[in-house]
Design a protein around this ligand. Structure first.
Ligand SMILES: Cc1cc2nc3c(=O)[nH]c(=O)nc-3n(C[C@H](O)[C@H](O)[C@H](O)COP(=O)(O)O)c2cc1C
Length: 173
C-alpha cells in the first residue's frame, strides 16, 4: 500500500516526528511504501475560498505554493496518516492548511485508510483533534485504522511505539 504521512510539527526531532518514523519503520517492515512529508516546513497557505477551483480552475487551486507538490502525493496515497502536535487543544495550524486545501478536489482520490498520531504536553487535550479526524475519515470514506496519543510521559516510549506498531498490524489484517 502507498502510505503518505503528513508530519506537521516544526520540530524535526520532536515527539511527532518520532511517532511518524515509528509508523514508517513498522509499515515498511510490513511491505508498505511510506513517504513522510513535513508540511510545517513548506509554504502552504490557507484556502482563500475564492471558488476558482470549482469554477474556472477545473479542480485546480489558484494558489501556486508548496501544495502543488503535495496534490499528486495525496492523489496517489491509499492510506493517509496525520501526525501532529496539539496546539491550543486541536491539530496544529500546519496540519489544518493542507487538509483544507483539499477543497479543490474534495477528497484524496485513493485514500481508503487513515490513522492519527498526536502528541501533547498534557493529558485530556485530544477531543477536538479526534473529533476532526473522525469527521474527515467519514467525509473521505476512509477506515479509521487507529489513533495514538502521546502526552509528555508517553513520548518516545516503547509502549507508544507498540501502539503504533499495533495500528500497522491492524491495517495489514
Ligand atoms: C503553540 C503551542 C501550543 C500548544 N498547545 C498545547 C495544548 O493546548 N495542550 C498541550 O497539552 N500541549 C500543547 N503544546 C505542547 C505540544 O503539544 C507538545 O510539546 C508536543 O509534544 C510537541 O510535539 P513535537 O515535539 O512533535 O513538536 C503546545 C505547544 C505549542 C508550541
Amino acid at each position: 500500500m502507498q502510505i503518505l504521512v503528513l508530519q506537521a510539527s516544526p520540530r524535526m526531532k520532536g515527539n511527532t516526528a518520532w511517532m511518524a518514523e515509528e509508523f514508517k519503520t513498522a509499515a515498511e517492515k510490513g511491505g508498505h511504501e511510506v513517504k513522510i512529508v513535513n508540511v510545517s516546513h513548506q509554504k502552504i497557505a490557507g484556502c482563500l475560498a475564492c471558488e476558482y477551483c470549482h469554477t474556472k480552475g477545473n479542480g485546480s487551486c489558484i494558489q501556486k505554493d508548496d501544495m502543488q507538490a503535495l496534490y499528486p502525493l495525496m492523489s496517489e496515497a491509499e492510506m493517509l496518516v496525520l501526525a501532529a502536535p496539539i496546539y491550543y487543544f486541536t491539530l496544529c495550524a500546519q496540519m489544518q492548511a493542507p487538509i483544507q486545501r483539499m477543497y479543490c478536489v474534495n477528497k484524496p482520490a485513493k485514500v481508503k485508510k487513515m490513522a492519527l498520531l498526536v502528541s501533547s504536553y498534557s493529558p485530556n487535550v485530544y477531543d477536538g483533534a479526534i473529533a476532526e479526524y473522525k469527521d474527515i475519515c467519514r467525509y473521505w470514506g476512509a477506515e479509521d485504522c487507529g489513533i495514538v496519543t502521546a502526552k509528555s510521559d508517553e513520548q518516545k516510549t516503547e509502549a507508544t511505539g507498540q501502539k503504533i506498531a499495533d495500528i500497522v498490524a491492524l491495517m495489514n489484517s
